[in-house]
Design a protein around this ligand. Sequence first.
Ligand code: NAG
Length: 219
Amino acid sequence: MSWTAHSCFVTLAILFLWRVEEIAEACSCFPTHPQEAFCNSDIVIKAKVVGKQEIEVGNNIYGSPITRIRYDIKQIKMFKGPEQEIDAIFTAPYSSLCGVSLETNGQHYLITGRIDSNGEVHVTLCNYIRPWETLSTTQEKSLTQHYEMGCDCKIIPCSTIPCMTSSPAECLWLDWVLEKTVNGKQAQNFSCIKRSDDSCAWYRGSEPPRKDFMDIEDP
Ligand SMILES: *[C@@H]1O[C@H](CO)[C@@H](O)[C@H](O)[C@H]1NC(C)=O
C-alpha cells in the first residue's frame, strides 16, 4: 500500500443498501501532514460557514436523486487559490461517502480543497479541515510562508518502524510512531524545508529559517 496525500478510499461494497449512511467506516483517508495538505490542495482558506443546503445534482441509475451539501461560506483569508473569493464549497451528504460536516455557528475553519473543472470547490474527509482555534501558532504562521517554501519537498508518513526516505528531498513524519497521534510535534511545530543543497529537513518554529539552516553543507 502506498501513502499518498490525496488517497481517499471509498468502499461501497454494499451499494444496494438503501440507507447508505448506515455503512460505517466506508470512508477512510491516510493522515496528512498540514504542509502536504497545503501543497496538494487547490485552495487553502480561512473561512466561516454561513449556510448549509442539500442540493440535487442528478439521478442515479434507479432514478433516485443524487445529492450534495452546499456550504455557503464567508472567506476570511486566502492562503492559496485563485484570484476570486470562494463563497461556497460542496461535499457529499454522508461521512460514509467522505462528506464533511461543518458547523454553521460562526466558528472559523481552515479549509483545504480541490477545484473542479467548473470552478466549484469540493471538500472531503480526506482534506485537511480543522477548526481554526485548534491550529498551533506555528501552523497558522506556516500557512503564509513555510509550507509553500517546502512544496518541493515530500513528507513521508511513517506508520511502523523501520521507515526510510528514498531521496534527500524527503522528510520522515514520525508523529504516529513516536507519539501515537497525527497531530504531534512535527505536525504542530515543524515544516519540511528545502535548503541550498536541494536537500529537505525539518525546521522548527515560525520564524524564517536562519542562514546556517539553509546553507547546510553536510548531507
Ligand atoms: C509546539 O510548540 C509549542 C510552543 O513551543 C508548545 O507549547 C507545544 O507543546 C508544542 N507542541 C508539541 C506537540 O510538541
